[in-house]
Design a protein around this ligand. Structure first.
Ligand code: DON
Length: 306
C-alpha cells in the first residue's frame, strides 16, 4: 500500500479519537449495551490487496444492519431483477425502523436497507433457498474468508426477546401481502442475520468485492456482476444511512452502510474499502465518531467519488 494512505488513516484516527463523543450506545437491543463505549478502530483494504488498520480494528463487534448489504447481494445473485418488484430503490427520509411509509406504499419498503426492506429480502431468500439461514452464512463465510464465522446467539436472542418494532413491521407487511412466509420464521432469520460479528479488518475484506466490480479480491471469483455491484453501491450512497444518507454523501462522499453496533463500512469503487467502529451512535443511529473519522479521511485525502 502507498504509505500515504496509512498516514492519512493514522492522522484521521489520532485527530478523531480525542473528540468528545456526543453519541449514545444502542440500548434497545440489551446485549448491545454490554460493550466498551470507548472502542475505536479503523481498517482500510485496497483493491491491490494491501491493507492497514489502527486502534481496536481487530476486535469483533455486532455488524447489525451492515449485514443487509450482504443479504441483498445474495438475493440479487440468485434472483436478479425480480426483487425490485417487492422493494423500491428510493431513500426513505425516515428512521431505520419506521412503519410510516409502508401504509402509503402498500407494503412495498422504500429500499432494502431500512428494516422493512431487509425483512422482505429475508422473506425472498427463504422462498428461494432450501435453507436460507445456512446458505447466507456460507455465502458470508466465502466472502470473508472466515470459515468459522457464525451467528451470535447471545445478540440474536437479545433482539428476539425485545424486537417488537420489527415484529410489527413484518406483520404489517404480511397483512399487505408482501411477506410470503410465516412472519415468525422470517423474523428469526432477520435477527440471526443482524447478529453476525466481525472486526474492522474482516469487514473491510468482506466488502471489497463491491469495490472490485463484484469480484472477490483474493481469487477474482465473480460474486455478482459489475452492473449489480454498481447498483448496490448506488443504494448504499442514497440509502445506507437512513435519514442521514444525504449528510453522509455531502460530508464523506462515498457509498457506505452503518449498523447500530457502531460499525460503518464505506468504499471507493476500484480503490479501497474502509471499515470503522465506534459504538456510540448519533440521533440517526449512525456511529458518531465513525462518521467523523470518515469525513476526515476523505477531506484530507480528497478520495471521494465526487
Ligand atoms: O433491526 C434492528 O433494529 C437491528 N437488528 C438492526 C438495525 C440497525 O443496525 C440500523 N442501523 N443503523
Amino acid at each position: 500500500m502507498d504509505s500515504n494512505y496509512n498516514e492519512i488513516i493514522e492522522n484521521a484516527y489520532n485527530f478523531t479519537k480525542p473528540i468528545k463523543d456526543k453519541g449514545k450506545l444502542a440500548t434497545y437491543i440489551p446485549e448491545l449495551a454490554n460493550v466498551n463505549p470507548s472502542n475505536f478502530g479503523v481498517h482500510m483494504t485496497k483493491v491491490d490487496g494491501t491493507s492497514f488498520g489502527i486502534g481496536d480494528h481487530l476486535e469483533k463487534f455486532s455488524i447489525q444492519s451492515i449485514s443487509k448489504v450482504l443479504s441483498l447481494a445474495l438475493a440479487v445473485k440468485f434472483l436478479g431483477e425480480d426483487i425490485w418488484t417487492r422493494i423500491d430503490v428510493e431513500p426513505s427520509g425516515t428512521k431505520f425502523d419506521s412503519l410510516l411509509l409502508l401504509e402509503t406504499y402498500n407494503g412495498i419498503p422504500r429500499n432494502p436497507f431500512v428494516n422493512s426492506g431487509a425483512i422482505v429480502i429475508c422473506d425472498i431468500l427463504i422462498s428461494h433457498l432450501e435453507n436460507a439461514r445456512q446458505e447466507f452464512l456460507e455465502f458470508v463465510r466465502d466472502l470473508s474468508g472466515i470459515p468459522d464465522l457464525n451467528y451470535s446467539d447471545k445478540i440474536a436472542d437479545s433482539e428476539k426477546a425485545t424486537g417488537f418494532r420489527n415484529v410489527a413491521l413484518c406483520n404489517f407487511i404480511k397483512s399487505l401481502g408482501n411477506i410470503k412466509n410465516d412472519p415468525a420464521v422470517v423474523l428469526d432469520f432477520y435477527f440471526d442475520m443482524c447478529s453476525l460479528e466481525m472486526n474492522c479488518q474482516q469487514l473491510s475484506h468482506t466488502f471489497s468485492f463491491l469495490a472490485n466490480g463484484g469480484c472477490k479480491l483474493k481469487d477474482g471469483k465473480e460474486i455478482i456482476t459489475s452492473s449489480q455491484a454498481k447498483r448496490i453501491n448506488a443504494l448504499m450512497l442514497t440509502c445506507g444511512f437512513y435519514d442521514e444518507s444525504g449528510e453522509f454523501a455531502f460530508k464523506v462522499g462515498l457509498p457506505g452502510k452503518s449498523g447500530v453496533g457502531g460499525g460503518i463500512v464505506a468504499l471507493y469503487p476500484n480503490n479501497f474499502t474502509i471499515a470503522v467502529w465506534s459504538p456510540k451512535l448519533n440521533a440517526n443511529g449512525n456511529s458518531y465518531k465513525g462518521m467523523k473519522l470518515l469525513e476526515t479521511v476523505t477531506t484530507h485525502s480528497e478520495m471521494s467519488i465526487f
